[in-house]
Design a protein around this ligand. Structure first.
Ligand SMILES: [Zn+2]
Length: 292
């Protein structure tokens, strides 16, 4: 009797939980999009930027299609390249919400919270210290010479996995060149990947066609959604030691004026912070210093 009563009380709650769609967070960058190899595709005014925006948008749509083939899902798309306004938002499904524009506190992961079932990285690239990666850099190709968390050099993928991990959210999928995918899978070994380019160097790769890249992403997301329940978030041990390198020594000199940061060598500063949120806000400020 007691058990029956308990079942009656619990059943509606369980049904409600199942009826609520899963939430998936898509962070999209541009350097790892199929076909993208040079600045000519990466910003307003470049001869193929408009084309690259279409490829990028189509890859986001392919990801959404793959996610939804596996079941209904609420989706947030975080436009995370350049001016934060590269995705052609009128080409996305009506029920998707989009994060646009910079600055914003959580940068490439703005909008993430504990309610998401997984994070998905589309168009990601290798880190500053990944030799041979297409457009390999970390956060700012113009200003930064790499980022270390607890002593280990990280890519934007690893960094954003750690940010998602702070909220208990695992990374389910990554697309980009071979090196970008392999780098992320070092910390998220169960994440599915789509390798859309074989890199030859900073500005060259053997790429598949946009249509093929989109098909690979759609299939990859279908596989990723099938193992959602078994994915583990990537959690960085806290407090976190951040070390950030700057291309200009004068930027390291000025960053060391910030309380909590000290000079670790001519090009670098370091400090220890409580979590990835705090680090992400700080990094944006010290990576945007004006030339004196
Ligand atoms: Zn990037």
């Amino acid at each position: 009797m007691l058990r029956l009563l308990a079942a009656l009380l619990v059943a509606p709650l369980v049904l409600q939980a199942q009826a609520r769609p899963r939430k998936i967070f898509i962070s999209v960058d541009m350097e790892g999009i199929t076909g993208v190899v040079q600045p000519a595709q990466l910003g307003p005014g470049g001869f193929e930027y408009d084309k690259a925006r279409e490829w990028m948008t189509a890859e986001v749509n392919a990801a959404i299609a793959g996610i939804r083939e596996a079941g209904s899902a609420e989706i947030v798309v975080c436009d995370s390249h350049g001016n934060g306004q590269s995705v052609l938002i009128d080409k996305l499904p009506d029920d998707v919400r989009i994060v646009r524009g910079f600055p914003r506190p959580l940068e490439m992961m703005q909008g993430i919270d504990e309610t998401f079932a997984a994070a998905v990285f589309i168009g990601y690239h290798g880190s500053e210290w990944t030799a041979g990666a297409v457009r390999g850099h970390t956060i700012s190709s113009a200003k930064l010479l790499g980022i270390r968390l607890n002593g280990a050099e990280v890519s934007e993928g690893i960094y954003n996995a750690a940010l998602a991990g702070q909220f208990g959210v695992p990374v389910a999928f990554v697309s980009g060149d071979r090196l970008a995918v392999a780098q992320l899978q070092q910390v998220a070994p169960s994440a599915e990947g789509a390798i859309v380019k074989e890199p030859y160097g900073y500005h060259s790769a053997m790429t598949v066609t946009p249509a093929r890249g989109q098909a690979m992403i759609r299939d990859g997301l279908k596989r990723a959604m099938a193992k959602l329940g078994s994915l583990q978030p990537y959690r960085v041990r806290a407090p976190i030691e951040l070390e950030v390198g700057f291309k200009l020594t004068i930027d390291a000199e000025r960053a060391a004026f910030v309380p909590g940061l000290v000079r670790s060598d001519a090009h670098s500063v370091k400090g220890t912070f409580k979590d990835m949120t705090e680090i992400t806000k700080l990094l944006q400020v010290v990576s945007s210093l004006e030339a004196p």
